[in-house]
Design a protein around this ligand. Structure first.
Ligand SMILES: Nc1ncnc2c1ncn2[C@@H]1O[C@H](COP(=O)(O)OP(=O)(O)OP(=O)(O)O)[C@@H](O)[C@H]1O
Ligand SMILES: [Mg+2]
Length: 352
């Protein structure tokens, strides 16, 4: 039972409904804005390229829940940034023909934030919580009974005046997304009926995503150009789409064309200081920093301090790709440049 007396006083509770709408719109507004901008999100399983095993498990779970006329089980999606977790949540809601309410865990500062959102849900709706590893303890505890029994167990008031109150909730589905599975407590993790990892994408899948998106933004891409772009997209749709938009800018401004050949692609990438391996100035800065350290492993904190860059950007975007292409290893004592990585950065000689 979550004890929330310090945050919700007796007098506040009857105001919950009014409070609720405020909380609801505050938490949701950011995502709604993003959502309007993000026309690329796949709306159906057919449009969602790749991740075949994941899609097939989800389809079965969705069909089973429709067959039984029950809400879908709670789903935990984990994987690196930009691989499609948020897109999947929208897509699942679309396939279930229901609404998806979106929130990010850090937005739940006080217990009444999550209470408000839960009370505002309707039967069968989906609540998507991004960065779910960042929930605070009280909010997380409130979710336990909400997820398991569709019930809120609250203690209102303090000390001798404390009263317990149980509120029934509509049966909803929680979809949680995280880049850090290990940071989720096991009681929370165990309450998800379905837990799925989203993997990096294969080359042909990324190429397909690029081709589909190029049609959406009225760009015509050579087969070779879309293949080359896929190759440098780090297995990540978001990076592929971002690069494609930048190359479109270049083609339209410099070459006055909507047709992107592999030659124009190369020139565009060059102008953005992205080389043939898909590495940019941040990657090269990172590799140069390790190179100066004379083959001694360095911890991530020291690298962050040395480069002044955001640690999650280095950990989740820069490093996985450098490891994937064999330029970097993570040892128990820290990060280490490989011979291949050293050869590459020496050849660039810091003057790309
Ligand atoms: N399988 C896919 N097919 C087509 N487009 C995709 C696919 N996966 C992701 N995308 C596109 O890539 C972009 C990033 O996806 P999304 O925002 O869902 O990633 P995410 O995993 O939620 O990232 P984050 O961890 O940063 O929140 C979106 O524009 C989405 O349309
Ligand atoms: Mg997301």
């Amino acid at each position: 039972m979550a004890i929330i007396s310090s945050n919700i006083g007796d007098n506040e509770f009857p105001l919950q409904k009014k409070e609720l709408r405020l909380v609801d719109s505050t938490i949701l507004s950011e995502e709604k804005r993003n959502n309007n901008l993000n026309l690329a999100r796949p709306a159906t399983f057919e449009e969602f390229i790749g991740q075949e095993q994941l899609k097939s498990s989800l389809k079965i779970a969705i069909d089973a829940s429709i067959y039984r006329k029950e809400p879908l089980e709670h789903i935990l999606l984990y994987g690196q940034p930009g691989l499609g977790k948020t897109s999947l949540a929208f897509l699942i809601a679309n396939e279930m023909n229901t609404k998806c309410r979106i929130a990010t865990a850090p937005a739940f500062e006080r217990p009444r934030d999550i209470i408000g959102l839960l009370l505002g849900l309707k039967e069968g709706e989906i609540l998507f919580i991004d960065e779910i590893h960042r929930l605070n303890r009280l909010t997380e505890e409130l979710l336990y009974s909400a997820m398991e029994d569709f019930r809120l167990d609250l203690t209102i008031g303090a000390n001798r005046g404390a009263r317990c109150r149980t509120i029934n909730l509509p049966r909803f589905t929680l979809i949680g997304a995280t880049t850090k599975l290990a940071s989720i407590s096991s009681p929370l993790r165990d309450r998800f009926g379905i837990s799925q990892k989203i993997e990096f994408y294969k080359l042909d899948e990324l190429k397909q995503i690029i081709v589909n998106f190029s049609r959406l933004i009225n760009i015509n891409l050579d087969d070779q150009a879309s293949y080359n772009l896929a190759k440098i997209s780090r297995g990540t749709p978001r990076i592929a789409l971002r690069l494609l938009k930048r190359v479109r800018d270049y083609a339209q401004v410099v070459n006055k064309t909507n047709h992107i050949s592999s030659f124009i692609l190369k020139k565009a990438l060059n102008s953005y200081q992205i080389d043939e391996k898909g590495l940019d100035s941040i990657d090269r800065k990172y590799l140069s920093f390790l190179n100066k350290n004379n083959n001694i492993p360095i911890g991530l904190d020291s690298i962050v301090a040395g480069l002044g860059d955001d640690s999650s950007m280095l950990e989740f975007v820069v490093e996985p790709y450098l490891i994937q292409i064999g330029f970097l290893t993570r040892t128990p004592r820290g990060r280490l440049l490989t011979a291949l990585g050293k050869k590459y950065i020496d050849s660039k000689n810091d003057n790309f």
